[in-house]
Design a protein around this ligand. Structure first.
Ligand code: RUB
Length: 309
C-alpha cells in the first residue's frame, strides 16, 4: 500500500489499534523508501523525513507510531552515504514488525499467568494485546466469561466480541455506561494502551479511566497489556501525551448538531488513567507495576538521563 493510502487509512481508523498502526506505518515507510528513485543523500533524507511526518500526523496519541517510525528513521538519519541510508530501511522495518509480533505472543503468555482461575474479565475497546492475554488464558481453561463494552462512538467493541466469540469465549456485550453496574462480578479488568507515561499512567480509549475508577471502587484489579514500544520516552521531560480529538460527526450527525446552536459536541478519542488505578502492566519483557515504567524506557527503549538535557 502506498504511503498516502496508509496515512489515510490510519487517520480514518480503517487501520487502528496502536500496534497495528505502528506495523503498518513501518511497512509503508519501508516501501516508500525503497521506491524512491535516484536521489542525492540529502534529498533522500528529506523525502524520508517528509514521509515520516505525514505518518506521524495521522494519530497523535499512539506513541507506538513515533517509536516505530524513529526505529526506521534512525538508520536513515545516521547514514553517511545513500547506499547506507537505503540498505538499512528493510532490515530495521522487518525487525520491528517481527519483534512486535513476538512481543504479542510473549505478552499473551505472561498476561495469562496473571489471570486467575475461573475468571470473569472485563475489557474495553479493541486491543490485540489485551485480547491475546484473554484468549491464552481461555486456552488454559481459566476464563469463565468476559464483559466487553460497546465503545462509543466508533463501536470497536464489535471487533472485540467477534474475536472473543470466534475463540469460543462466553462473552457479554454491554453499553459503556454499564461497566460499573457489572463491576462487582469482575475479577480482573484487562485493557490495552496507546501510551504509557514515565510515571506509569496509561492512555487508552476514552472511558478507560471511568471504568478503572469503577474497578478501584469495587477493588477489582486492573491489568494493562502493552508492548514496550508503547512506552513514551518524551514524558521523561514532562511532555504530555496529546489526546486526539476526532471529528464531531462521529458522535452526532452534522444536520442535528447544526440545529443545536448552543451545543458543542466534543470527541476526545482517549483518556488518561493514573498509575494509582493500575495494578500491573504486562510487557514482553515481563510484568511490572506501573511505577517501573521508567525502567522500561531506560533499559528497553534506550533512553537515559544523559539524553535529557
Ligand atoms: C484503540 C485502543 C486500544 C489500544 C491498544 O483505539 O484504544 O486499546 O490502541 O491496542 P482506536 P493494541 O480504536 O482509536 O485506535 O493492543 O491492538 O495495540
Amino acid at each position: 500500500m502506498s504511503l498516502e493510502d496508509t496515512a489515510k487509512k490510519i487517520k480514518a481508523m480503517e487501520i487502528r489499534g496502536a500496534a497495528l498502526i505502528a506495523r503498518s506505518a513501518v511497512e509503508a515507510l519501508c516501501e516508500y523508501g525503497e521506491g524512491l528513485g535516484e536521489l542525492a543523500l540529502t534529498d533522500f533524507k528529506e523525502a524520508m523525513e517528509n514521509a515520516a511526518e505525514l505518518l506521524l500526523a495521522t494519530r497523535p496519541t499512539a506513541v507506538s507510531l513515533p517509536n516505530a517510525v524513529n526505529i526506521v528513521m534512525k538508520g536513515v538519519r545516521n547514514a553517511d552515504t545513500i547506499a547506507e541510508a537505503r540498505a538499512g530501511i528493510r532490515p530495521s522495518s522487518e525487525k520491528f514488525i517481527r519483534n512486535s509480533k513476538d512481543a504479542l505472543q510473549k505478552i499473551a503468555e505472561i498476561g495469562a499467568r496473571h489471570i486467575p482461575e475461573d475468571a470473569t474479565l472485563m475489557t474495553h475497546c479493541n486491543s490485540q494485546a489485551a485480547i491475546a492475554c484473554i484468549i491464552e488464558a481461555h486456552r488454559q481453561g481459566k476464563v469463565r466469561e468476559v464483559f466487553a463494552t460497546e465503545v462509543r462512538p466508533r463501536n470497536q467493541g464489535l471487533l472485540t466480541i467477534r474475536a472473543l466469540n470466534d475463540a469460543g469465549i462466553k462473552t457479554n456485550f454491554i453499553v459503556d455506561s454499564g461497566a460499573r453496574f457489572f463491576m462487582k462480578k469482575i475479577d480482573l479488568l484487562v485493557i490495552g494502551t496507546d501510551a504509557v507515561t514515565v510515571n506509569g499512567a496509561v492512555v487508552n480509549k476514552i472511558g478507560t479511566s471511568q471504568i478503572a475508577l469503577a474497578a478501584r471502587e469495587a477493588r477489582t484489579p486492573v491489568m494493562v497489556a502493552a508492548e514496550t514500544f508503547k512506552f513514551a520516552p518524551r514524558t521523561i521531560t514532562g511532555d504530555l501525551i496529546e489526546i486526539e480529538e476526532r471529528d464531531t460527526a462521529e458522535v452526532l450527525d452534522r444536520p442535528i448538531a447544526a440545529q443545536l446552536e448552543n451545543v458543542t459536541v466534543r470527541n476526545p478519542a482517549f483518556d488518561v488513567t493514573p498509575a494509582d488505578f493500575i495494578d500491573l502492566i504486562v510487557t514482553e519483557k515481563g510484568a511490572i507495576p506501573p511505577e517501573m515504567a521508567y525502567i522500561i524506557i531506560r533499559d528497553h527503549l534506550g533512553w537515559n538521563l544523559e539524553d535529557i538535557r
